[in-house]
Design a protein around this ligand. Sequence first.
Ligand code: PMT
Length: 402
Amino acid sequence: MMKGLSGRHILLGVTGGIAVYKSAELVRQLREKGAEVRVVLTRAATQFVTPLTFQSLSGHPAPAELFDSTAESAMRHIELARWAEAILVAPATAHTIARLSHGLADDLLTTLCLASSAPLALAPAMNQQMWCNLATQSNIDQLRGRGVHLFGPAEGDQACGESGLGRMLEPEQLVQRLAGLFSEPCLDGVRVVVTAGPTLEDIDPVRYLGNRSSGKMGYAVAAAAEQAGAEVLLVSGVSSQPRPKRVECIDVRSAVEMHEMVMRRIPQCEIFIAAAAVADYRPVRQCKQKIKKEFFHLRLELERNPDILADVSRLADGPFCVGFAAETERVAEHAQTKLVAKGVDMIAANRVGQSGSGFESNENELEIFWPGGGVKLPQTSKKKIARQLIELIGQRYKQPER
Ligand code: PMT
């Protein structure tokens, strides 16, 4: 069985093009590789083939309608969006590509693509003029920039009698490419601890000191490590991000709690990745009751929190340590100072305090340093940059001379 696909949840979106006949074979081949497949069609697809074909091949209903009163919660798009570990739209028509690039949600397929955090891949299939059209190309660029994977199209004879770019890849090629999304087992069997999100430092029962970390970056790193074959523990501050599949998650609130949990679990891990935005200070006293508005000035006394990353990197026989550096200026310089000061094997620096990277944003840009080297990863989705980071970590971790 193809390791990357065995047991994986693949959602196949089928849109209205003549290449749908290949999609039926694709379902068969995916199941042969051990994947679980669910199929969703667009209305136009049902003009070419009936849902029954895909129901028979996948072993599950193949819906085309957004609203279904028979689905338990009538929210099938959310159920499917959560179930999917990868979404492949094959064939992807120019129309569906345009809808996806504009974030439209006017049928079941586009709605669940929008609602899912799973990697999305498109296998375009259309007339060569439609593919070359600037409108289509600009939609494709937009989608690529958001981390969407493009499988094809191939060049050759087309059903319309023309010849050129626009043929859908063959089912076996699509199966290979899809497996490639999962099979970068650069951390196969390696135990990884990731921290993510903010720590909140309570002042009294209603107030706390916090920061703007959403957890997006750390959660994406945990998911990418899992996809690279690692056994992952995610120690997370308060975050509303969906939990990555097959990742053990432990929730904490304060820096002290995060420190305690990480130190307890670190002896059983080989790589530590600190993506959390840990508060450097906490209030010296936590008031048991809500502080009343009695004073004109109120002084808050703070004390230093433990430095989780520095403490882990100081351990004898400790794990390979990767830190993040959140900087508002002189990013590379400050990051390199932290690399040395915290004694870590690698540091990933990002600019914060501006839109488009760092806190809360869906995208990031990283400058990564290790002793004697470094690389810049240009701005892209946090999911994609997390996969690139994990690949780098895999390479450095395995280097004997580090
Ligand atoms: O969560 P998002 O909204 O997606 O935002 C992502 C992010 C900006 C939070 C993330 O990419 C990031 O930069 N995380 C590290 C934030 C941070 O605390 O940076 P720092 O430069 O202050 O700390 C350096 C390193 O030491 C970090 O790995 C941090 O986790 C660690 N640290 C810091 C203080 C402390 N007491 N203990 C620590 O372990």
